[in-house]
Write a protein that binds this ligand. Structure first.
Ligand code: NAD
Length: 389
């Protein structure tokens, strides 16, 4: 079939196998060209391995440090006349390339929040890796069913405590307008913490520990966004920020049980991913950030951030902030960049957007998440949606 993009709201419901495979290859090339990353952590579990920061983590550990990996993600399989999710194509493309490089790569597709998938993953670790010495937690989901009581919680990405009025962007039309978002109820805030807070991370570490598959001296990382003050009202000080704050609590609890170096939250920069494009205000900030960081020669996507995390920040004595976080958001939050972003933010209107920000590149990066707009791919070619190179 000929696969074309079909955009519905914040998501593209189709994905292209050849384009997704090319994306995976480009990320591998980025790491390989930079050379080996010294690391003793050769047995890695990546939760949320199929897209965004999780996929980049799997690629960096495999192709930078010769690690064998088990990955977990939630996907839609292809059918004869229906493409799979982008993550399904990414998983297959990654596995093919990792195995060709002599690395083990086993992927479990299902609900990582469930006890059943945790048990299946532990069996896969025992059979393929024995134990794990690095666990990357990179799940981003709007919904979680608590395995203890079967209650399903939905996150609400809203301000906390007071309503927020902010500029926002319709990425389809390029229109900049003002939105007012009402604050979350306490129930919505608690539900968001249930979904995106640290509880499931702790459950994973406990399940792995109880099963005896955590290697001595293991480390676990969980990704957060603190971000620019421009997005604080909707993000850092909102329900999502509250949930992310709960990761600091969970990291402390894991360290109390497993040792001072066992768990860290890692603060990363804003990038275009399926998760981030659904957050109000963030896409407008993203279009501005893309332009300013490119002008400053500091543009980074997920693979650049995660490469820098493993190649620089996790080598030798690891530098932590006062919440024991590792900071890779240093370039985004640097004073010159934030000053420029704030200046432009104040001037942003539908009319000034093309000069101040880079909506075309944002759109291209969004399409690329689904394997479209990838250079060198012939989209007019008939492809079998069940096959990935
Ligand atoms: P993403 O949407 O690209 O990836 C999410 C991953 O989680 C995918 O592999 C998906 O399959 C998996 N997943 C979702 N629900 C699942 C479930 N129930 N079971 C198994 N797998 C499931 O998201 P991302 O932007 O890479 O986010 C990853 C982490 O990085 C999040 O914690 C996010 O907050 C953080 N982060 C993101 C940004 C950003 O700008 N995108 C910035 C800083 C930190």
């Amino acid at each position: 079939m000929i696969i074309e993009p079909k955009i519905r709201g914040f998501i593209c419901v189709t994905a292209h196998p050849t384009g997704c495979a090319a994306n995976v290859q480009h990320q591998i090339d980025h790491v390989v060209i930079k050379g080996a990353i010294p690391s003793d952590r050769k047995r890695v579990l990546v939760l949320g391995c199929s897209t965004g920061y999780g996929l980049a983590s799997r690629i960096v550990t495999t192709f930078g440090s010769d690690a064998d990996t088990v990955g977990v993600s939630f996907e839609r399989e292809p059918a004869e006349n229906r493409p799979a999710s982008a993550g399904w194509y990414n998983n297959r493309a990654f596995e093919n390339r990792a195995r060709a490089a002599g690395r083990k790569a086993v992927t479990i597709e299902g609900d990582a929040f469930s006890d059943a998938i945790k048990a299946e993953t532990i069996e896969a670790i025992k059979a393929n890796l024995g134990q794990v010495d690095l666990i990357v937690y990179s799940l981003a989901s709007p919904v979680r069913t608590d395995p203890k009581d079967g209650v399903t919680y939905r996150s609400a990405i809203k301000p906390y405590g007071q309503q927020v009025t902010s500029k926002t962007l319709n990425t389809a039309t390029g229109e900049v307008s003002e939105i007012t978002v009402e604050p979350a109820t306490e129930e919505e805030a608690q539900a968001t913490i249930k979904v995106m807070g640290g509880e499931d991370w702790e459950l994973w570490i406990k399940a792995l520990s109880d099963a005896g598959v955590l290697a001595d001296g293991f480390r676990t990382l969980n990704y957060t966004y603190l971000g620019s003050e421009l997005t604080w009202p909707i993000y850092h000080k909102g329900t999502l920020g509250k949930a992310k704050g709960d990761l600091d609590r969970a990291a402390k609890a894991i360290r109390a049980t497993h040792g001072e170096n066992s768990a860290n939250v890692v603060a990363l920069k804003a990038v275009v991913t399926q998760a981030s494009s659904a957050i109000p205000v963030v896409p407008l900030y993203g279009t501005l950030l893309i332009k300013v960081e490119d002008e400053m020669g500091l543009g980074e996507g997920p693979i650049h951030q995660i490469d820098r995390l493993f190649r620089e920040k996790l080598q030798g004595e690891v530098t932590l902030d006062d919440e024991s976080r590792i900071r890779v958001d240093d370039w985004e939050l640097s004073a010159p960049m934030q000053k420029e972003l704030e200046k432009r933010w104040a001037q942003l209107t539908t009319e000034t957007l093309p000069a101040l920000a880079d909506l075309p590149k944002y759109r291209e990066e969004f399409m690329r998440l689904f394997g479209f707009a990838v250079g060198g791919v012939d989209y007019s070619k008939d492809v079998d949606p069940r096959v990935v190179e």
